[in-house]
Design a protein around this ligand. Structure first.
Ligand code: ADE
Ligand code: ZN
Length: 347
């Protein structure tokens, strides 16, 4: 019996409605095969798949690069402002169904501008969906623009230039794509400029790359959060520092499994992170490619590690404390978790 629950079914019910924030979600990674086919038709784009089943069968990855090759190809069906709206609206409906009350969405502008899609088209479609959703679901959001680390720092600088007219809608910058061989140090100057513009800073680090990349993200990029961070566990001094600084890690269990960062979900280090005092959170990364949205990630890791009620509450609390919401908004969400955790009064 899981600690704090009468049964695993009771734990599943608890996870389903637990108020949570999602802090690591690539909007292009939420492109479901059904929408991919619809947009390919709408935009007369050829895709190398004959059926939805064929697409799903192609989602067998042995590392990050395997996935990225398919991910960049998949986003090629996104052309118009309406496409970006439809993509974002579909994700937000799924998130709402998973009791996500706040979301911080990544997008990869260079994956689109390199194909001739205007930066403005991408931002306009995503933000129109965010605005509509805020109105209909009461869900809040932040938007984080990621630089592709396999490209040059000069290209990241040009992307930051393109973002300048839209900074009222962009809350932060991040660093994603092929990690090994592209350390945070490569982007020190562009992140310093982003910080100077008042943007929040995050970076993928320690997903496949070594603990030294996490250190660079802290010391050179001066990140507000680390995305993934798994390999930090190889360096006890780094773990102690991350814990002492209260640095949030946006952990993605099903992503880690599908990209072979862990060999088995039962070997996932999430509990080790919590036990070490790390502010870990649970997120879906690229849910269409990795087999599940945020609740599926909570569920998979809860089942595999037999997570307790207290551990699940800690994860949900960490998701709000690690967000870029104001202190007042964080307090409101934390109070909602406290209310959810209180047993219902007996009548
Ligand atoms: N882009 C989309 N998902 C990613 C991941 N998990 N790691 C690095 N880059 C990404
Ligand atoms: Zn990611």
């Amino acid at each position: 019996m899981p600690d704090g629950f009468a049964s695993t079914e009771e734990r599943a019910t608890f996870i389903a409605a637990l108020p949570k924030a999602e802090l690591h979600l690539h909007i292009e990674g939420s492109l479901e095969p059904e929408l991919m086919f619809e947009l390919a038709q709408r935009n007369h784009v050829a895709i190398p798949f004959a059926s939805i089943e064929e697409v799903r069968a192609a989602y067998a990855f042995s590392n990050l690069q395997d996935f990225l090759d398919i991910y960049y190809q998949g986003m090629g069906v996104l052309h118009t402002e309406q496409d970006f709206y439809d993509l974002t609206a579909a994700y937000l409906a799924r998130a709402n169904a998973d009791a996500v009350r706040h979301v911080e969405i990544f997008f990869d502008p260079q994956g689109h501008t390199a194909r001739g899609i205007a930066f403005e088209t991408v931002v306009a479609g995503i933000t129109r969906a965010l605005d509509d959703t805020a109105a209909s679901y009461g869900m809040t959001s932040k938007l984080i623009m990621c630089f592709l680390r396999h490209l040059s720092e000069a290209e990241a600088e040009a992307t930051l230039d393109e973002a300048l007219p839209f900074l009222d809608r962009i809350d932060g910058v991040g660093l994603d794509s092929s990690e090994v061989g592209h350390p945070p140090a490569k982007f020190e100057h562009v992140f310093a400029r982003a910080r100077g513009l008042g943007l929040k800073i995050v970076a993928h680090a320690g997903e496949e790359g070594p603990p030294a990349y996490v250190l660079e993200a802290l010391d050179l990029l001066k990140v507000d959060r680390i995305d993934h961070g798994n390999r930090s566990l190889e360096d006890p001094a780094l773990v102690a520092r991350l814990a002492a600084e209260g640095m949030t890690l946006t952990v993605c269990p099903l992503s880690n499994l599908k990209l072979c960062v862990v060999g088995d979900i039962a070997d996932h280090p999430l509990r080790t992170m919590l036990d070490a005092g790390l502010a870990a959170t649970v997120n879906s990364d690229d849910p269409s490619y990795f087999g599940g949205y945020v609740n599926a990630n909570y569920q998979a890791v809860a089942d595999a590690l037999d997570l307790s009620r207290d551990e699940l509450l800690t994860l949900a609390r960490n998701s709000f404390t690690g967000s870029f919401l104001s202190d007042a908004d964080k307090a409101r969400h934390l109070a909602a978790i406290d209310a959810y955790a209180r047993p219902a009064p007996r009548v």
